[in-house]
Design a protein around this ligand. Structure first.
Ligand code: NAD
Length: 323
């Protein structure tokens, strides 16, 4: 059995779901080797450490590493040897290594495949993955009704939608009955360099929809090591983030810690989903959250803001080959 958790991470409610998610969530795309190779034993140790430090939310997708992330996460969660209700799992449907398919038939089959890979009887949240690549009307009229049937069958507890352009969320939420879509997952829109999700938060709150904000490190832009080669940002945005990271290092700070604290400080966001592939990253990101109780480094944040000002809120076209 797992030892009792020593560091209390804040738990935040997720919309109307009744779920309480740790403020730092575990993004499992790195377990699919998306950010470089990770061994199964390191993956198991990373998930174990996350759970030990109070992370209770784990997010994956059949797309990450062409199903590898789901398989490895399933093994790692099983290895925890704790009751199923002690952790919250979300996976996705509609996006696969060989393309997109949001049809009722495919997503209905998809959940069974995911449950098998994850070695679970149900997932807490099933999200339609990157819906901007499908027809939004199909999502409203076919995919979500199919997911409601999966809810009735007890295979999933809640329904979510994910994607990059923010307008997809209002398009769908304005067209489905209330309390049909429980959760949205937005990424790369609530970080030091881009905070455009903020404008959508009052709307989401008014609908009782839970908010997951992913990629607080802007998929590697806000790290000392820099982004992976496939990163879609413009050269200008990459250069500005690199300069900000270098400035932090020179002045004895860590850009990733500041970025985590920036994202975590908005309590209308239930969880900040960060991709992690080592015990050290887990320790650092949880420490960033727990140390936030003593306040943010406002001076550093304002200096970084100045460096990033020319590229503030710059995004990139959603690319079907990425995320
Ligand atoms: P991220 O911004 O969380 O960055 C991850 C990268 O930062 C990885 O290379 C990781 O190893 C590194 N990292 C993590 N902690 C660090 C630290 N303390 N210091 C230095 N480097 C550190 O980007 P992400 O992984 O793409 O996003 C997080 C998660 O959100 C994903 O794993 C996935 O679960 C989810 N997500 C979903 C969607 C979607 O549904 N469309 C899109 C993006 C992300």
């Amino acid at each position: 059995m797992e030892a009792a958790k020593s560091t209390p991470l804040e738990l935040r409610p997720l919309g109307n779901t009744g779920l309480k998610l740790s403020s730092v969530g575990f993004g499992a795309s790195p377990l699919g080797n998306v950010f470089g190779p990770i061994s199964e034993s390191d993956a198991i140790a990373t998930v174990r450490q996350a759970f030990r430090l109070g992370i209770n939310f784990f997010d994956t997708s059949p797309y990450y590493g062409g199903t590898l992330s789901e398989k490895v996460l399933g093994i790692a969660l099983k290895a925890l040897e704790v009751p199923r209700n002690e952790y919250i799992v979300s996976t996705k449907c509609g996006r696969y290594i060989d393309g997109f398919d949001f049809s009722a038939e495919r997503v209905t089959r998809s959940i069974d495949e995911s449950l098998e890979r994850l070695q679970l009887d149900y997932v807490d949240i099933l999200q339609c993955h990157d819906i901007e690549f499908g027809s939004l009307d199909q999502i409203v009229n076919e995919t979500i009704p199919a997911l409601l049937k999966l809810k009735e069958a007890g295979k999933i507890r809640f329904i979510g939608i994910t994607g990059l352009p923010l307008e997809i969320f209002t398009y769908v939420l304005d067209r489905v009955p209330p309390r049909t879509v429980d959760v949205i997952l937005s990424y790369c829109h609530y970080s030091l360099n881009d905070s455009t999700l903020e404008d959508l938060l009052p709307y989401l709150k008014s609908k009782g929809v839970g908010v997951i904000s992913a990629s607080p490190l802007a998929m590697g832009l806000l790290t000392e090591g820099g982004p992976p080669e496939w990163h879609p940002a413009s050269p200008e945005l990459k250069a500005a983030c690199k300069a900000a990271a270098a400035y932090c290092k020179e002045t004895g700070r860590n850009i990733s810690k500041l970025a985590m604290q920036y994202s975590l400080s908005n309590k209308d966001i239930s969880t900040i989903l960060v991709g992690m592939n080592s015990i050290q990253q887990v320790n650092e990101n949880v420490a960033a959250a727990t140390e936030l109780s003593t306040g943010k480094d406002e001076k550093a944040l304002s200096e970084i803001d100045d460096i990033l000002k020319p590229v503030k809120n710059q995004t990139w076209p959603s690319d079907p080959k990425l995320d």
